[in-house]
Structure formats: structure tokens, C-alpha cells
Design a protein around this ligand. Structure first.
Ligand SMILES: [Fe+2]
Length: 215
């Protein structure tokens, strides 16, 4: 008979959620909304199911400097958690998203970056959700019936979000946003983070040869 059962989670996929205080979020989001509306007015017509999205250069605009700083500080917290040596992360893209009623985002990744994130401004009618797919392709080979869904037996996981919440995740992790079934716009900002000096700091080989060569 076994004396003990231990489960070890190996190769976990971290997803960080960071919440502002409610009163801070309310003020901040009102400001962001005002700036976003200024950029998005008038809104161009959309095909059914499509979304309004700004160009991904809001991090270059002073009106979004606070959000850019917030994204960097969330990235630093993630890098610290991962015990990375090089934590000098920069925002390489920041854009506003407006999902009108019926709007959705298909599964996708954010290539050529280390981390990605979303900050939520408005999630009407509990319609703020983001879905992450299991990145382990082999895990879909066997999907036996289950009597309860857990993080260990599903092939995707849905995160509930709310205004003032930031979600940060590996940029390679496939994610999607379900249809906005409310009657109001769902509003968020998305961003990408990359190491400022990746080529200089991280790309050189981490090992040394047995044949020494003077630099
Ligand atoms: Fe995305």
C-alpha cells in the first residue's frame, strides 16, 4: 500500500493577474476612456463580429504614459517571479480594443515578444473573459470523460476579468476573447513586452567551449 501520494506540477504556464484598487481604477479608467474616445471618434464602420482597434503605438503617446508604466511594472513583477537576470523590459506595442456587442477575438498569439498583457477598462454585464488554450499539443491526444473540470484535465481555461485588472501571460500562449453578449462595448488595452537589449544580453551562448579563444 502507498504511504503517500504527491502530485508535482511540472512545466507550469504562469498567468499573472494584477488588480488596481477600485477607487484608483475608477479614476484611471475614466481618463483612459476619455483619451481612447478622442482617438476613436468618429468610429469607422465595422463588419459584423469585428472590433475597433487603435494602431499599436499608444505607448509613444504621452496621454498613455501611465498605462505604459503600469505595463512595464507588471512585466517586471513577472520577470522577478521568473527569476530572470535581464529584467529591462520595454513596451513594443500598446493598443486600445473596443469589442462592440457581438465582437470577439479569435485564438491568436503575439509573436516576437516575451510577455503580453491586457488591461481592462470596461467589462459590461460580466462579459470580461479571456480564454487561454493548453499549449501542450500532446495533452489533447487523450481526453477521457471527467466528472469535474479542473486545471489538470481541461484543454483551455477561462479567466474572469474586471475593470482595473491587468492580465499578463507569455506572448506565445494562445488566447481568445468570447463574443460580447452584452449590449454595451467591452473596452480594454493590450500590450507586448520585450527585453530592451535581448540580442546583447540573452542571445550569446550561455556555455563556454573546451577550446579557449581570446576575445
Ligand atoms: Fe491578444
Amino acid at each position: 500500500m502507498f504511504e503517500d501520494l504527491t502530485v508535482r506540477d511540472v512545466f507550469p504556464t504562469p498567468i499573472w493577474t494584477l488588480d488596481l484598487k477600485a477607487d484608483v481604477a475608477a479614476d484611471f479608467n475614466a481618463r483612459l476612456l476619455k483619451e481612447l474616445n478622442a482617438l476613436m471618434t468618429p468610429r469607422p464602420p465595422l463588419a459584423p463580429g469585428a472590433n475597433w482597434q487603435t494602431d499599436p503605438i499608444l505607448h509613444e503617446k504621452p496621454e498613455f504614459a501611465d498605462l505604459t508604466k503600469l505595463a512595464i511594472s507588471a512585466g517586471r513583477a513577472a520577470a522577478k517571479f521568473l527569476k530572470l537576470k535581464d529584467q529591462d523590459l520595454v513596451v513594443t506595442g500598446l493598443w486600445g480594443n473596443v469589442n462592440p456587442p457581438g465582437g470577439r477575438n479569435s485564438p491568436h498569439t503575439h509573436p516576437n515578444n516575451f510577455l503580453s498583457g491586457v488591461y481592462y477598462v470596461s467589462t459590461p454585464g460580466n462579459e470580461g473573459r479571456i480564454v487561454f488554450d493548453d499549449p501542450r499539443a500532446q495533452a489533447r491526444v487523450m481526453m477521457p470523460p471527467i466528472h469535474e473540470f479542473t486545471a489538470h484535465n481541461g484543454n483551455n481555461i477561462t479567466f474572469d476579468v474586471k475593470p482595473g485588472r491587468m492580465v499578463v501571460f507569455p506572448a506565445w500562449l494562445t488566447h481568445s476573447v468570447p463574443v460580447n453578449a452584452s449590449g454595451h462595448d467591452r473596452i480594454s488595452f493590450a500590450f507586448n513586452l520585450m527585453f530592451r537589449d535581448y540580442v546583447q544580453n540573452a542571445s550569446p551562448a550561455l556555455w563556454r567551449g573546451t577550446v579557449k579563444i581570446d576575445a
